[in-house]
Write a protein that binds this ligand. Structure first.
Ligand code: HEM
Length: 281
């Protein structure tokens, strides 16, 4: 894993994703208290820190994501073609960037495309003429599911762009002196609370669905790596996962909501004086 050529990009992208998700969650908790009129210094500090974190790390995440995409183009070109919903290069023209559309695996096309000419070539090849590989250049059985990968990728990038927007709006309101009062900003920050986790999940879907039909790219197919255990064994282990994860995450979720409702002021954050001899008496 460590010597996999995509490792540095995945590690950097995931670490920044974790910082972003935490910042969004802390920011949403603080925004909720601020919207309710609780403006204690601790709540303000929470909100301020999370806005700083977003301002710097969200654009960095987009930059790392771009580098990650270039690496994927080199090592898993079919995944990129599926992410872009790009089916053929027959006209010899530079590749456009499809913003939205409905990729169709049977008809081998993307319906209702909204595209920007040249932009695909510009982003992925840094050139105005070079094409990117198209799905039809790969045998049918080697193509990932384009509709899933196409939309999972757009959800991740769309949320990333919203995070950048929130960071910039936060900086603007800070500059104007309304960081803790601007209702629109506070609501935006509140609703963005789960955005980091959703972006992480859609990133993983992009990665994992996009690498199909391979478990080890070009060497081992998923169908050849499937466990030889029977249905009963697999069902028991799958249900056990659901139960254990449900308990761990369910209780964790209840605990976190409880802590958020308490708010930072309920915690005693003054350093405790060591007990003196007279204090003990
Ligand atoms: C804003 C622009 C973004 C771009 C251009 C971008 C780009 C990419 C690309 C190209 C992949 C790789 C797919 C692959 O080859 O397997 C990826 C995966 C991923 N992205 Fe993003 N991304 C962006 C934003 C985000 C955000 C905001 C998050 C989360 C906060 C995120 C989380 C992830 C995760 C968790 C993966 C899977 C990494 C792995 O385990 O391999 N991305 N992204």
């Amino acid at each position: 894993m460590v010597f996999n050529p995509s490792f540095p990009y995945r590690l950097a992208h995931m670490v920044v994703a974790a910082f972003l998700s935490s910042a969004l969650f802390v920011g949403a908790s603080a925004a909720w208290h601020l919207l309710k009129g609780q403006r204690s210094p601790a709540v303000k500090r929470m909100f301020s820190m999370s806005m700083w974190m977003l301002l710097f790390t969200a654009p960095i995440q987009a930059f790392i994501g771009d580098l990650h995409g270039l690496n994927t183009l080199e090592y898993q070109p079919a995944k990129i073609a599926a992410m872009e919903g790009h089916w053929d290069n027959s006209h010899g023209e530079p590749t456009p960037l499809i913003l939205f559309g409905l990729p169709d695996m049977e008809d081998e096309t993307t319906h209702y495309k909204v595209e920007i000419p040249y932009l695909g070539s510009l982003i992925l090849q840094h050139s105005l003429t070079e094409q990117i590989p198209a799905l039809k250049e790969f045998p049918t059985e080697d193509r990932p599911n384009s509709p899933v990968v196409f939309w999972a990728f757009r959800l991740m990038v769309g949320l990333g762009l919203l995070m950048i927007t929130l960071g910039i709006l936060g900086a603007w309101q800070r500059y104007k002196g309304h960081l803790f009062e601007h209702q629109g900003l506070l609501r935006f920050a509140f609703y963005m609370g789960p955005a980091g986790l959703i972006a992480i999940l859609s990133g993983w879907v992009t990665t994992e669905v996009g690498r199909q039909p391979w478990v080890v790219h070009g060497l081992l197919r998923t169908q050849d790596a499937v466990s030889a255990h029977g249905d009963l064994h697999m069902s028991i282990s799958l249900i056990s996962f659901f139960v254990v994860y449900g308990l761990v995450f369910g209780l964790g979720y209840i605990y976190m909501i409880h802590q958020i409702k308490l708010g930072p002021d309920q915690h005693d954050d003054t350093p405790h004086e060591p007990l003196t001899v007279s204090g003990r008496v």
